[in-house]
Write a protein that binds this ligand. Structure first.
Ligand SMILES: Nc1ncnc2c1ncn2[C@@H]1O[C@H](COP(=O)(O)OP(=O)(O)O)[C@@H](O)[C@H]1O
Ligand SMILES: [Mg+2]
Length: 266
């Protein structure tokens, strides 16, 4: 057990967005939360990171209640968020971006700092070759790897990723997600949020659907991939013979918002 979320409620002004979300993210496992645009996925990650207040419920990190702690204290305790849009320093080199990740933990030129940077370069060998290039000239996929690596230099206990494949070409999206598979042996619990449901569930151990601020039952990822109802609504694979209202077969598009089908229940 690493991250426990219990009955989390959050919103904006009069609007409630998260409705009693509970889940557990375990070390060495990848939990994927998939769901349509607007379901509340980013709000959940921002609440867990301490960037948005919870109205009720609790967030526990290795059993310690961190619900009242600000973001920087949670980060120090081992919670890392790779935000949507990566937020790299495009004018700085790859190595400089990684060194910034060490801030407050180790000096980049210390033994500890070098060990941490080396470990990230071992996990993402492509970044070692690109280390002197400005982050801004990297491809979208390479930039996303860098954003993940910058979080990993902190050796977090929980790594949360908000739509790491968003805006990437399908091959780059898959490469980024497959790189996350390598983290299983690294002693980190991974919480992955994606609209790109198929690719996310293919690399995850377990998954759940987020719908209107509620997280459905956590199930083995392979089981979700096979579930025809999940398939027709989130995976872009309509069950045999299913057609949309227009009479065309329902088709999903990787990297695009997946909207619930017109037959969705309230
Ligand atoms: N800063 C904000 N102020 C008001 N409403 C917001 C804000 N951010 C998100 N929302 C609303 O909260 C809901 C969930 O958004 P979000 O968490 O971004 O969903 P997702 O990441 O699943 O697309 C949406 O209805 C969205 O419009
Ligand atoms: Mg989002």
């Amino acid at each position: 057990m690493s991250l426990s979320v219990r009955g989390l409620v959050a919103g904006y002004g009069p609007v409630t967005v998260l409705r009693e979300v509970s889940l557990e993210v375990e070390v060495g496992r990848i939990l994927a939360l998939v769901g349509a645009n607007g379901a509340g996925k980013s709000t959940l990650l921002r609440c867990l990171a301490g960037l948005h207040p919870a109205r009720a419920g609790a967030v526990l990190l290795d059993g310690v209640d961190v619900t009242g702690l600000p973001a920087h204290r949670r980060a120090r305790l081992g919670l890392a968020l790779v935000p949507e849009g990566r937020q790299l320093f495009v004018g700085l080199t790859v190595a400089e971006n990684l060194r910034l990740g060490l801030h407050g933990l180790a000096r980049p030129d210390s033994t500890e700092g070098r060990r941490r940077l080396d470990r990230c370069f071992d996990l993402f060998p492509a970044l070692r070759e690109l280390s002197r290039r400005p982050a801004g000239v990297l491809s979208g996929g390479q930039q996303q790897m860098l954003a993940v690596a910058r979080a990993l230099v902190r050796e977090p206990r929980v790594l949360m990723l908000d739509e790491p494949s968003l805006g990437l070409a399908p091959m780059a999206a898959r490469a980024v997600l497959e790189a996350l598979s390598a983290l299983r042996g690294e002693g980190v619990a991974v919480l992955l949020v994606e609209q790109n449901a198929t690719a996310a569930l293919e690399i995850a151990d377990r998954g759940a659907v987020v719908e209107l601020g509620r997280v459905g039952p956590v199930r083995p990822a392979a089981e979700l991939l096979r579930d025809p109802e999940v398939g027709s609504r989130y995976l872009g694979a309509a069950p045999e013979g299913a057609v949309g209202r227009t009479g065309r077969r329902l088709e999903g598009v990787i990297g695009h918002p997946l909207l619930p089908s017109s037959t969705s229940s309230p």
